[in-house]
Design a protein around this ligand. Structure first.
Ligand code: GAR
Length: 180
């Protein structure tokens, strides 16, 4: 199964997928300047900025069409920070996977690590799940706890969470590929 990855940031999770030898064939972003895109000079890449389209649905339809044209069958959100509309999800039914830095359903959203520290939780974690049309909802594929340590900052906690993500995300993708 051919994989397309969506990114918005630094792309360390994209790197983990590549390092695991998974069949990543195309990478797209909502940001032309996403550093993650620089990790894949050997692959087709494209940026779909909201400002270039009349609506979010139009942008998502264009992004889905581009991924399909690259032969993508499974989409992995690796630090992709926009909500996907039905215009995208309908093209890849139950074939979009997301990695999130908390024990979902707790702490969805774009600031999960800071939110967990502010709430004073003892346990953070990583969740890999199938994407539906909610915000960080959908069936969980894999989940693992990450303890919060005394003196943790957003940076130190997020770094330890990412270490787990880099193992859990490729494992979840492999599980899905084997199941299909
Ligand atoms: C990761 O920690 C990922 O879980 C998070 O963004 C980071 C991206 O890092 N995603 C979300 O918060 C989605 N709600 P990366 O660009 O280095 O892979």
């Amino acid at each position: 199964m051919t994989i397309g990855v969506l990114v918005s940031g630094t792309g360390t999770n994209l790197q983990a997928l590549l390092d695991a030898g998974l069949p990543v064939r195309a990478v797209a972003s909502n940001r032309r300047d996403a550093p993650a895109l620089e990790r894949v000079p050997h692959l087709p890449t494209a940026a779909f900025e909201l400002d270039d389209y009349g609506s979010r649905a139009e942008r998502d339809a264009a992004m889905a069409a581009w991924l399909e044209a690259q032969g993508v069958e499974l989409v992995v959100l690796a630090g992709y920070m926009h909500i996907l509309t039905p215009a995208f999800l309908e093209r890849f039914p139950e074939r979009v996977l997301n990695v999130h830095p908390s024990l979902l359903p707790d702490f969805p959203g774009a600031h999960a690590v800071a939110d967990q520290l502010a709430a004073g939780v003892a346990q953070s974690g990583v969740t890999v799940h199938i994407v539906d049309d909610g915000v960080d909802t959908g069936p969980i594929v894999l989940q693992e706890r990450v303890p919060v340590l005394d003196g943790d900052t957003v940076e130190t906690l997020h770094a330890r969470i990412k270490d787990v993500e880099h193992r859990l995300l490729p494992a979840a993708v492999e599980e899905l590929l084997c199941a299909r």
